[in-house]
Design a protein. Structure first.
Lengths: 203, 221
């Protein structure tokens, strides 16, 4: 259960949002909507604990995330605007190194399977530099398939994906949520997934 | 600990794939050091006297070359965010990055220095002291440099600022490092200088990852 009370965010001189409350429980997902510059990414970064909120607090299972620190980060998977994918490494290396950084050992077979699931079969050993923007995103999304986290915070996960990849990602999110996970994501498109809540930022 | 090893392995792998960055610093070191004997001519007494200083200054500048790229690529592609959100403490991961930086820039300098020292007519004993001093000093350069690299992360024109910030902090390493070799040549014994260098290193090992982490968190907010 992720809750936040009276969050406000100030960027430069501008107050993006104030008094924002939210609560997402297991088996639910939250669609954060808002215009460009409304503060969607800022909200997600606050929820992930990357930047502090100007006011308010974020709670995970009733405890402030600042207090939980490592315990919270273990449960969390955050995918931001940037790829966090190294151009000079292959998709396979990117995936295994990211898993090791998360403190979990990832067997090569499992990594290959995840990459194949996202349509990167045959490109496992090609430097990411030679992949297209959409394929780079797919490498990133393969992390969702291998990382065991309860809370997913995804910033614009559908960017640069083709129809098939969007379907695969939607399937992955549904699977995660029906297994008792929580997902929070931003997207400008309508997302036809069950059990969704909508949060409008900056209105 | 696994996460630290993963960071070191990743950075070494990246250095292998982007060889030019590592080799640039290395060739810079070789060429700068080699220019002095060519310019001054075969005056062995003079060369021997200036050798430690030149080798150390060249090592400082060679370390500076790659420093701006220590955190910048990770910052640009979002890897740094993932490091902050990893379960392992950021301080440990940063230490891993600093170790990898030393292996790719500091260690080659240590290994090359005795070969370059021969151009300055240094004897075996002096070359040995030079290697020991660099072995203690180059990790210090990486540690202090990491603080500067983190502080200037994301700034426009950060490269020049980084030099202004870090080079003054390198002065103690330069004084004691070059002093160790000079003291040995003049027969005073290098023990005192090397001990001070080791003390500085111990201090930096404790303090630098913490300061770097704090600076990185500010840069990411």
């Amino acid at each position: 259960m992720l809750t936040a009370t009276a969050l406000s965010c100030v960027r430069g001189e501008r107050r993006l949002f104030a008094g924002l409350d939210l609560a997402v429980g297991p088996g639910e997902w939250l669609h954060v909507q808002g215009e460009n510059g409304a503060g969607k990414t800022s909200l997600l970064r606050i929820l992930a604990g990357l930047s502090p909120a100007a006011e308010g607090e974020v709670f995970w299972q009733g405890e402030p995330i600042k207090v939980l620190a490592e315990g919270y980060r273990r449960q969390l998977l955050f995918l931001g605007h940037h790829g966090a994918v190294k151009e000079e490494l292959t998709p396979l290396e990117n995936l295994t190194l990211a898993a090791q950084l998360d403190g979990t050992a990832l067997e090569e077979m499992a990594a290959l399977k995840a990459l194949a699931r996202f349509g990167l079969r045959g490109r496992e050993d090609l430097n990411v530099r030679f992949l297209s923007a959409g394929q780079k995103r797919r490498v990133l999304l393969a992390r969702l398939a291998v990382r065991k986290a309860t809370l997913w915070i995804l910033d614009e996960p559908f960017t640069a994906l083709d129809v098939k990849a969007v379907e695969m990602l939607s399937g992955l999110i549904v699977e995660h949520v029906t297994n008792g996970g929580i997902a929070i994501l931003t997207s400008h498109q309508a997302i036809p997934l069950p059990n969704g809540k909508v949060l409008k930022v900056g209105t | 600990m696994n996460a630290v090893m993963a960071i070191i392995r990743r950075d070494l792998l990246l250095a292998m794939r982007r060889k030019s960055e590592v080799l640039t610093a290395l060739f810079f070191f070789i060429i700068v050091v080699s220019l002095f004997p060519l310019g001054i001519g075969p005056e062995t007494a003079l060369l021997r006297k200036i050798a430690p200083g030149i080798l150390w200054v060249a090592a400082l500048l060679a370390t500076m070359l790659g420093l701006a790229r220590l955190f910048a690529p990770d910052h640009a592609d979002g890897t740094l965010e993932q490091m902050v959100l990893a379960p392992a403490p950021l301080g440990l991961l940063v230490t891993g990055k600093i170790i990898a930086h030393w292996i790719t820039t500091g260690l080659p300098l240590v290994l090359l220095a005795p070969v370059l020292g021969i151009q300055f007519d240094l004897d075996t004993g002096a070359l040995g002291i030079l290697v020991v001093a660099l072995l203690l000093g180059t990790p210090l350069l990486s540690l202090i440099g990491a603080i500067g690299a983190a502080l200037t992360l994301g700034l426009r024109g950060g490269g020049v600022l980084l030099s202004l910030l870090v080079l003054p902090l390198y002065v103690p390493a330069l004084i004691f490092g070059a002093g160790a070799v000079e003291a040995h040549i003049s027969g005073l014994g290098a023990g005192g200088h090397l001990s001070l260098l080791a003390a500085l290193l111990a201090l930096a090992v404790f303090f630098a990852p913490w300061a770097t982490t704090a600076a990185l968190r500010i840069a990411l907010e």
